[in-house]
Design a protein. Structure first.
Length: 533
């Protein structure tokens, strides 16, 4: 839109930034509107807004004499990586203070982005009002805006959905842009990316950036960002002051924390699969197979997986809206599936759905032997992980499992018995059947550690609730847990389930906490350790 020079005001003897604005049109009315917008921007007087000293015109070129700033833009700072969360929150609050002053005067910026936020020794300054638009009076009418046919006003990665579609803009438009900036400050990567403007528009309109994790501070900041990035303006914060208040509450979680390591994660909800026709022998797979997929996906770094139990969906009942299920489970992606048996073959169809839009971003079908369940779950998890990769800016596959997941049992029969037992083990009236199925699985493969860990839990619960002779059942539980950890000392489920026994029977609460804290620090994505804690 123009060129900025460093210049000296000879009358006052001070440096200024002199911005020359190229004429958008030779039409007198268009130039008059440009003047009015420049004057509107000059009316904002705030410590976190770049001061405008003078607006004039020479030889047909409009110029704006502005405060000369020392420092760097936020875009230049981001080139070196993410900011500490305290600094990110401080910058955002200063920008919100500026926006509050602008919005009070009836002005929306429309082009808030890292390049338009300048960092000085005295704080952040919002600059470049080239697209600023008064919200009241004749300039609020779309016909009076300075546009060229087909032109997008703004910078795609920070534009709210309504800017792409030409709908009315308002203060919530600037709050969306700031939410996008705040995500980038914390994560060190843009919230919305794409190879073309259309790609970026699709991301803005239909996707959410990955969630932030890394402790209470990161989670509190993530909540503020997600509301600011709501697709509908009315779902965002009510005002800049409202967003600032939410951000100050999030700041409280930062008190006393010197450094906070923020990571982005993909939050995935895996729902129960549907049986396309009744099949009593495969009923258990509707829950068991998705849960096994959850266990496999959970081993991958950068993924937080919600099991079907995180939603209120009941197998066999009408399906609620995916968006509401995902919101209830705090998930951005939903995995759905269906099962159909033909003879000794099993067909599994899977879909990955973007929760915010309901768009199916990936679907696939897998055919396998009806008893080859471990290979099926592993392949589904691998394909889902690959399908999630385009949501990352690099387009690379998700990281490989950060811990070695438990391998398959020696025989398909062992794994089928294990999965059937898992479906019964949390029903108190079915404990003895679950115990017998775990025993059957271990008879097929005595070295399958997950079955030993879950058998230990069943023995412990049966002893505690009087379903077995306590002394003998507790002894068997201890032996089962010991065997599980001997076979696989790294098995997260064994460490979680052993915790109850270690506290109740051995009285070693402190030892259990130390063990789990050590493992949770080494493997912060694994839910089993936190469940144990």
């Amino acid at each position: 839109m123009g060129v900025v020079y460093a210049a000296r005001d000879e009358r006052l003897g001070r440096l200024v930034a002199l911005k020359t604005i190229r004429p958008a049109s030779t039409d007198p009315e268009a130039r008059a509107r440009l003047w009015r917008e420049a004057r509107a921007a000059a009316s904002v007087n705030h410590p976190h807004v770049c001061g405008i000293y003078e607006v004039g015109e020479i030889d047909g070129e409009i110029y704006v004499a502005m405060e000369h700033l020392e420092g760097e833009t936020l875009a230049q700072r981001l080139a070196r990586g993410a900011l500490p969360l305290k600094d990110a929150a401080a910058v955002a609050l200063q920008v919100l203070s500026a926006l509050e002053a602008m919005h009070a005067l009836g002005i929306v910026h429309r082009d808030l982005k890292p390049a338009n936020v300048f960092l000085t020794a005295h704080g952040a300054k919002v600059l470049d009002f080239g697209l600023a638009l008064p919200l009241a009076g004749p300039l609020a009418l779309a016909a009076d805006r300075i546009t060229l046919p087909g032109m997008l006003l703004g910078t795609p990665g920070y534009m709210a959905p309504e800017q792409f579609t030409g709908e009315p803009v308002g203060p919530a438009t600037d709050l969306f842009a700031l939410g996008s900036i705040l995500f980038e400050l914390a994560a060190g990567r843009p919230a919305f990316t794409g190879r073309t403007v259309l790609d970026v528009y699709h991301a803005v309109a239909h996707e959410q950036p990955p969630a932030l994790t890394g402790g209470p501070a990161a989670l509190a900041l993530d909540r503020v960002i997600r509301r600011a990035l709501s697709k509908e303006p009315h779902e965002r914060h009510d005002s800049a002051a409202d967003m600032a208040a939410a951000l100050r509450e999030a700041q409280e979680a930062l008190q006393g924390e010197q450094t906070v390591s923020v990571r982005t994660v993909k939050r995935v909800l895996v729902l129960p699969f549907r049986l396309l026709r009744p099949d009593a022998e495969l009923d258990f797979l509707a829950q068991a197979l998705p849960e096994a997929v959850v266990a496999t996906l959970a081993q991958r770094a950068g993924v937080v997986v919600r099991a079907a139990g995180a939603s209120k969906r009941v197998p066999g009942q009408p399906e609620p809206e995916l968006a509401s299920l995902a919101a209830e489970a705090s998930a951005d992606w939903v995995v759905t599936g269906s099962l159909l048996r033909g003879g000794e073959r099993l067909r599994v169809a899977c879909q990955l759905v973007a929760a915010s839009s309901g768009d199916v971003v990936w679907s696939d079908t897998l055919d396998a032997g009806v008893h080859d369940l471990f290979a099926v779950q592993d392949e589904i998890a691998r394909r889902v992980a690959h399908a999630l990769a385009p949501a990352s800016p690099s387009g690379k596959a998700l990281p490989a499992p950060s811990t070695r997941p438990a391998g398959p049992p020696a025989s398909p029969a062992a794994y089928e018995a294990y999965l059937r037992a898992n479906q019964l083990a949390f029903n108190t009236s079915q404990m003895s059947r679950a115990r017998d199925l775990y025993r059957a699985a271990l008879a097929e493969d005595p070295r399958y550690a997950p079955a030993w860990a879950r058998l230990g839990r069943v023995y412990r619960v049966m002893a505690k609730y009087g379903q077995a002779e306590p002394t003998e059942a507790y002894r068997l539980a201890g032996e089962a847990f010991a065997r599980a950890l001997e076979l696989d000392p790294e098995l997260p489920a064994a460490h979680n389930l052993f915790t109850y026994f270690e506290i109740e029977e051995l009285g070693r609460a402190r030892a259990a906490m130390t063990r789990l804290l050590t493992r949770a620090r080494a493997r912060p994505d694994d839910p089993e350790h936190f469940a144990g804690l």
